[in-house]
Design a protein. Sequence first.
Length: 415
Amino acid sequence: MRRIGRRTAPDLIDTSAAGAARFVRSLRGAGYCPFLLADDHTAAACPEVVDELSAPGSSWILPGTPRVVPAIETSRELSRRIEAAGTTPMLVVVGAGTLTDIAKHAALSADVPVIALPTAPSVDAYASARSALRIDGYHRTPSCRVPAAVLSCADVIEAAPDELILAGLGDLTAKLIARIDWEVSSIVTGEPFDRAQADWCAFCARSAVASLRHGTLRSAAIPALDALMVSGLSMQLIGASRPAASAEHTLAHLWEIAVPFDPSQTDLHGLLVTTAIRTVVERYRSICAALSTGKAPSGSAHDIAAAEAGWRDRVPVEMSPFTGKMEEESAGRSLGETEVTRRRDAIAVNRGRIVELCGALDDAERALDALDRAGIGAYEAQIPDVWVTRAIDWVRYLRNRYSLFDVEFEMGWTV
Ligand SMILES: [Zn+2]
């Protein structure tokens, strides 16, 4: 057993499916009544544990097809079932990101501990203190209960479907983009920045991707889960997803809701994030090139402040369902003329460092190349051009999280 020495960190227990079954059996000996959450697919991935726990009234196995949606209503139903199940329950979730997010949220509502048994290294949900759920028609991240333990079963993780391992490695590639944007924000806006967490997250992500580049998809599965655990812990320590998610996640979250995927396409989080990274890397390359050549700002600070103040008048019809979300994210943000001037000065003074940070785009491209060679393209959904454009045009409003897109806007290169 490897312990990560923080009170809120789950114990990461290296085991096997058989070992996990013994572990959950021991919960009864410790006086707990385990309650199982799984779906048809995840139950089939770890029958040893499911057979141990799946008794009527103390388990909920959802249909696996169509894929379970991370809806808050499902979390509420789960907490009702847990509360009805009896005394001293302990929630055990056998699944990947969606089920784990539902379980962590329900565990907090029902005030019970939760143990996670990941069936795929596909997301960084396992150790994080927030759940990604659909609430009121948009992606949100309410607080949740951190698992007391994560059972890392090598035999289960290494047998995960290819697209789930690829999705996890794609989600890890996002940490390289997040590393750039977080420090750029600290330089330009003064946002608090934790260099150690930023570097640790990016380092672990690079290491997992290196396992893919130098080995096979299967050999990268456990390194990916370990790196995703680090990312979850880092988010928990920072109290936000800043070390793990930036503009690429904002694009992916819009597509998740706005794009009508047909059933033959997969809209797995990490795959959408990977598609978004392709777009973001290309755009960041051109912003970086402009910075490195010392391109002058376009338009006056007054023009930028006016464009910011008048964003509501420019919302195109397809984006109107997201106006409420954009209002929420923009509340309390002010970008007046004086602030634009101050930021332009900060960008000019620090452009060397910003360009240096963009060196991580090379790492992101190497990661995309390794993912391409591993066949991720076969699983990525085609995002209609209009939604690629809309996501880029509105990224600054969909999430109040400073990125190179803000640098581009403030320099007047988009207006
Ligand atoms: Zn993610």
